[in-house]
Design a protein around this ligand. Structure first.
Ligand code: IPT
Length: 983
């Protein structure tokens, strides 16, 4: 072969046209079709074959030695859990894992080659044949019977190829070469694993002569007139039928439909019908709805929209971005059950089936184009495809493919041009084309804050204060006065907020209040739905062979972004994290506010009444049922509120118990009266609680408790006080025969992802100060007035900062009462992670019952979901198995906790403390990279009793905790009574 100059390969050509057909809608049709999912022969090559290829496409090519894989799949996940059989997955957020040398990509470019045989299905009327790929990452070329029919880029976009000229009835060989990297990769820098292959379905479609290639349904709803307007664009001569509405009209004629019910996410009313020619019938699912903007307010059917949304990436812990329909349904049902009403398809159009399901179940969808060029930020946005003219057609092609595929879905209310792609004329061109093609939906793009060519002002991670300013229309101006005037008239969306990475997210309650207060705030989408963890098995250690979820770096990637890929409300296996419970409460569609004599119910629905919703009340004393019953609440229209008295003449009974008696709480809750497709009758939609008794808190002070108190006795090795034995340092070592260690002051927590945030992380300050290595010095142990008083200084090495603490012990009524008085020493420049004590207790005490807030974990600014009651759990289930271990599992507002097991019992009671019990130390938790690094301590459980903890916030990628949740080094007091029985 003669040497040639540099060759620009087809996959480095940014032009969009490589032989695939123009985009069109996915239609449900009766035309013949055949799935191409299933077994394909596959092999992986390390690079693209040069100069003439390798002949893999020839029908006679011998692929008998190739592997068999099931398409759709991501090839990096073949063989996982365990070792990847081919190349490994790689995770980066912003940075490209290849040099920024656009539009070229390195020679090291893994190539997956696929082959399969294919017979044509029966299609009596002849017609054309198309091969359709719904998702192939990142560039591919398609061969039929040895002939190249074309190539394509645009991984999450449908491409069709006309193969009519090349197919024969039987024994066709379809060969596809997929390249991991291409020019298209520069446009696909989404924050996710880099995965490759034919990862969505492929099919063979017959296009009958005289059939319907394209349909565009326009179905508006006029809220004032309560009528619909229907226009179905289809080939001339086609007939539209919607039997339920008595409609049978020619296509392409606009008609007004009276007595139509609108579509909304709350009531997803679809009218099923068809559009047909003699040759083909296409099914329609028509939802009448109008999205509009008025007075800087986003409206659906005339009603202000409140998007209680989430950002959803497509993820499955074994299959990666290949999702089956059951998984999509699971996502939607979980969303609906947690009061989510909106989805941003971050950051690409989803599998087409997902939108069908959103039409049916009811979710407002912001459909995003497959575009992100975030990595160019690292070079100051030089060469950014959003602004370089050479990329214009490629970007437009992506937008066209997004809109054309999905335009018939009532659930889609807005088009998003992409994510984090900087600024530029190409984005503007995408907006202009979209506006002309589909003027009935709003256009969204966050990356250009001038918002000059979009219909909504969108931001990510704006903090509460700024969001409030925007709500008031008082935000700081943009650079250009003309843009500023225009932007001020736009509704506002937080396209990402409340970054749900690790423990948290903190601050949801305050966002929910803002969204309710200001009509300009159309709500937002929490980042993000699910952790993208990959199922793996521990290779060694105590958990050898057991499953865990891998994150960035676990596959030896040379560049990666660690566990930033694990920032979802769901764990990868779709079990809910505590963040999801928090979200469900923040997104409640009803506000329920009980008080002594009744309850105020406010409907936050926009499109339905409360008919079909049952209300219940119940009264409990420290979680013990006292009384309960149904509550009659008249039907409320959207936005209406009502005050309802509790049944009975005197309202709810006020507890008779005196100080120290049980707390009496009323709970009022709202439930589905009938089954919905996403939840069974009885499912709880919303709840509210109020305390009814009024005996207040017991008096606080240093005084000796009333009752039969014991004297302190000095022994050989230390001290004795009632049931307690203390060593010479005044440390409790035994309680009623039960061995214990501590309690001792503790200020440290295993930093959360929010504590470890990129900018000025408090965790770095904490470690620098040495809060993870405190030293204890007993200053004095004294006995006075039947109390054992132990004073200690607790400080890290090398500094004069820490806490002075007095542990003051009394014994009475068979229990030990502990009052901890803490006061800061030295000058503290950082917040304190926690203020409380830690204690080792025998590991057999692994059943925990408590009265206070539960059932889940709670932190100062993550406590919406926690409710008053009586709860029980084993210690293992108190732990939240986050992908990267960190502070978790705290139960707040605890008044009594009982730990039992092996015939022993330990009771802790107090006014209000935070309880955390773990089978390992905070230090072990901090050191672990995965839950499989955490081995239970055979002897001890570690119990923290805290007065308070530092807030959580969402600083991993958003605002830090609000100032009121910052825990300053301050004086504190913690009072508990401890009693035990040894088995
Ligand atoms: C923002 C991205 O849009 C999103 O994809 C994700 O990476 C998120 O951050 C963090 O998890 S971009 C960020 C610079 C605000």
């Amino acid at each position: 072969m003669t040497p040639t100059g540099p060759v620009r390969a087809w996959f480095a050509d940014v032009a969009p046209a490589h032989g695939s057909l123009p985009p069109r809608a996915h239609l449900d049709t009766d035309a013949a079709s055949m799935t191409l999912d299933g077994e394909w022969a596959f092999r992986l090559l390390p690079r693209v074959p040069r100069h003439g290829g390798n002949g893999f496409e020839a029908p006679g090519f011998d692929d008998s030695a190739w592997d068999l894989v099931r398409v759709p799949h991501c090839w990096q996940l073949e063989g996982v859990p365990g070792l990847p059989r081919y190349s490994g997955p790689a995770y980066t957020n912003v940075v490209y894992p290849f040099p920024i040398d656009p539009p070229d990509v390195p020679d090291e470019n893994p190539v997956g080659e696929y082959r399969r045989r294919m017979d044509l299905p029966d299609a009596p009327d002849g017609g054309r044949w198309l091969v359709r790929f719904e998702g192939v990452d990142s560039a591919y070329e398609v061969y039929i019977n040895g002939t190249r029919v074309g190539g394509a880029m645009g991984s999450r976009l449908t491409h069709e190829f006309d193969v009519t000229e090349y197919v024969v009835p039987r024994g066709n060989v379809l060969a596809v070469r997929v390249l991991q990297w291409s020019a298209g990769s520069y446009l696909e820098d989404q924050d996710m694993w880099w995965l490759s292959g034919i990862f969505r379905s492929a099919s063979l479609l017959n296009r009958p002569a005289g059939g319907i290639d394209e349909v565009f349904v326009h179905a508006d709803f006029d809220a004032a007139a309560h009528t619909g307007r229907l226009l179905v664009e289809a080939p001339p001569g086609a007939v539209v039928r919607l039997p339920e509405l008595g409609i049978e009209v020619p296509a392409n004629e606009s008609l007004v439909v009276s007595d139509v019910e609108p579509w909304s996410a709350e009531v997803p009313r679809l009218y099923r019908g068809t559009v047909s020619t003699g040759a083909e019938t296409v099914d329609l699912a028509v939802g009448f709805r109008t999205i509009s903007i008025d007075d800087a307010t986003l409206l659906a059917n005339g009603v202000p929209l409140r998007l209680r949304g989430v950002n959803r990436h497509e993820w499955h812990p074994k299959a990666g971005r290949t999702l089956d329909e059951a998984t999509m349904r699971a996502d939607i049902e979980l969303m609906k059950r947690h009061n989510v009403n909106a989805v941003r398809t971050s950051h690409y159009p989803p599998d087409a089936r997902f939108l069908r399901l959103c039409d049916e179940y009811g979710l407002w969808v912001l459909d995003e184009c497959d575009l992100e060029t975030h990595g160019f930020e690292r070079i100051g946005w030089r060469l950014n495809p959003s602004s370089e003219p050479v990329w214009r057609e490629a970007l437009l092609d992506r937008m066209r493919r997004t809109v054309e595929r999905d335009k018939n879905h009532p659930c889609v209310i807005g088009w998003s041009l992409g994510n984090e792609s900087g600024r530029g004329a190409n984005l503007e061109a995408m907006a202009a084309w979209t506006r002309s093609r589909d003027p009935d939906r709003f256009i969204h793009y966050e990356g250009d804050w001038d918002s000059a060519y979009v219909d909504v002002y969108s931001r990510m991670y704006a903090d509460h204060a700024e969001t409030e300013l925007i709500g008031r229309g008082e935000e700081p101006p943009t650079s250009d006065p003309q843009h500023d005037r225009r932007r001020r008239a736009l509704p506002f969306i937080l396209c990402e907020y409340a970054h749900a990475m690790g423990t948290g997210p903190g601050g949801l309650a305050e966002y929910a209040d803002l969204f309710e207060a200001y009509p300009r705030l159309a709500g937002g989408f929490v980042w993000e739905w699910i952790d993208h963890g990959i199922l793996q098995r521990a290779a060694s250690g105590a958990y050898e062979g057991e499953e865990f979820f891998a994150y960035g770096g676990d596959f030896g990637e040379e560049v990666h972004d660690g566990n930033f890929v694990a920032d979802g409300l769901l764990f990868p296996d779709r079990t809910a994290s505590p963040g999801l419970a928090e979200l469900a409460k923040a997104y409640e569609p009803l506000r329920i506010e009980p008080s002594r004599d009744g309850v105020t119910v406010t409907s936050l629905f926009g499109h339905r009444t409360t008919s079909g919703i049952d209300f219940r009340w119940r009264i409990e004393d420290d979680g013990e049922p006292v009384a309960s019953g149904p509550l009659a609440v008249p039907d409320l229209g959207p936005g209406e509120a009502i005050r309802v008295p509790f049944p009975g003449r005197t309202g709810a009974p006020v507890a008779a118990a005196g100080p120290g008696g049980p707390q009496r709480w009323v709970t009022v809750s709202a439930h589905l009266a009938v089954d919905e497709p996403w939840a069974a009758a009885g499912h709880e939609l919303a709840w509210g609680q109020a305390r009814l008794d009024d005996h207040g808190e017991p008096p606080r002070g240093r005084a000796r408790p009333a009752g039969d108190s014991r004297a302190v006795v000095q022994t050989d090795g230390g001290w004795e006080l009632g049931p307690g034995r203390f060593d010479a340092f005044g440390t409790l070592v035994e309680l009623s025969g039960l061995a214990v260690r501590g309690p001792r002051l503790d200020l440290w927590r295993a930093p959360t992802d929010n504590d470890e945030r990129g900018d000025a992380p408090p965790s770095a300050d904490w470690r620098a100060l040495g809060l993870d290595r405190l030293r204890h010095r007993t200053v004095s142990v004294t006995s006075e007035d039947r109390a054992l008083s132990v004073v200690a200084h607790v400080m890290p090495a090398g500094v004069d900062v820490g806490y002075e603490v007095e542990y003051r012990w009394h014994a009475h009524d068979g229990a030990l009462r502990l009052d901890v008085f803490g006061s800061p020493l030295g000058s503290w420049a950082v917040p304190v992670p926690r203020l409380g004590v830690r204690m080792g207790i025998p590991s057999q005490l692994d059943a925990v019952a408590w009265v206070g807030l539960g059932p889940g974990e709670a932190y100062p600014d993550v406590s919406l979901a926690a409710r008053e009651g009586r709860f029980a759990s084993d210690v293992a289930s108190l732990q939240t198995p986050r992908l990267r271990p960190q502070e978790n599992g705290a139960r707040r507002g605890v008044r009594k906790a009982e730990l039992t097991g092996g015939g022993s019992r330990l009771t802790v009671s107090g006014e209000c403390f935070i309880l955390t019990v773990r089978p390992w130390t905070t230090e072990a938790l901090d050191a672990a990279a995965h839950p499989t690094d955490l081995v239970p301590d055979p002897r001890w459980l570690w119990m923290n009793l805290d007065d308070e903890q530092h807030g959580i916030g969402t600083g991993a990628c958003g605002p830090i905790e609000l100032p009121r949740y910052r825990l300053e080094a301050k004086r504190f007091r913690l009072s508990v009574a401890l009693s035990a029985e040894a088995g």
